[in-house]
Design a protein. Structure first.
Length: 194
């Protein structure tokens, strides 16, 4: 195997390394139902929070999330975030969510991996939806182009027919010009007896 200089990332740890895997799974499922905008914001902040704990497992400042913080409050308002935090080992206290010091970073790493997998899944689903929409648009444009081409041919055929000797303009459903009744034929000229 050749060394290309690119390092392949290690596989994400399984959700079973979490302190509460069922709760984390429920949190991830709830997050999967969140709309794209709120999910993107929650994903960015959760990635930062969990990533800091994984990168600096011994620093206590990363293990406490104060509910009074505006960004943390907005994060906690997103469906599934509390369940995910509890699933990775955080405990809910009156003023904050706290990750106990005895828990290592493995739970946060597994939660982060699950969150990133969900973000990747959303992105690939969005890409395939865009490709499908583009394909449908191309098909629609091809049908419309074919219609325009057919109409153009009909116009050209009509123009050629007009150049032929003996061509007469005809109204749809009319047999001949002599059969058309005019107002003067029935005495409705506007001058009659006043």
């Amino acid at each position: 195997m050749q060394n290309t200089g690119l390092r392949t990332p290690p596989p994400p740890p399984p959700l079973l390394t979490l302190p509460r895997p069922a709760t984390a799974q429920v949190g991830l499922e709830m997050l999967s139902e969140v709309r794209i905008g709120p999910f993107g914001e929650a994903h960015a902040l959760l990635s930062k929070v969990l990533g800091n704990i994984v990168a600096h497992p011994d620093e206590a400042k990363y293990r406490t999330l104060k509910k009074s913080n505006a960004k943390i409050g907005a994060l906690l308002a997103v469906s599934g975030v509390k369940a995910l935090l509890i699933g990775v080992g955080f405990t809910e206290e009156s003023e904050a969510f706290v990750l106990p010091a005895e828990l290592g970073p493995a739970g946060c790493a597994a939660g982060l991996a699950g969150l990133n997998a969900q973000a990747d899944e959303r992105q690939s689903a969005e890409s395939s939806a865009k490709l499908q929409a583009a394909s449908e648009l191309q098909k629609k444009q091809a049908v419309e182009a074919e219609k325009r081409k057919l109409e153009k041919l009909q116009i050209q055929d009509d123009a050629e027919a007009r150049k032929q000797p003996g061509w007469r303009a005809k109204a749809a459903g009319v047999k001949g010009g002599r059969d058309i009744v005019t107002p003067s034929d029935i005495g409705a000229c506007g001058n009659a007896g006043g």
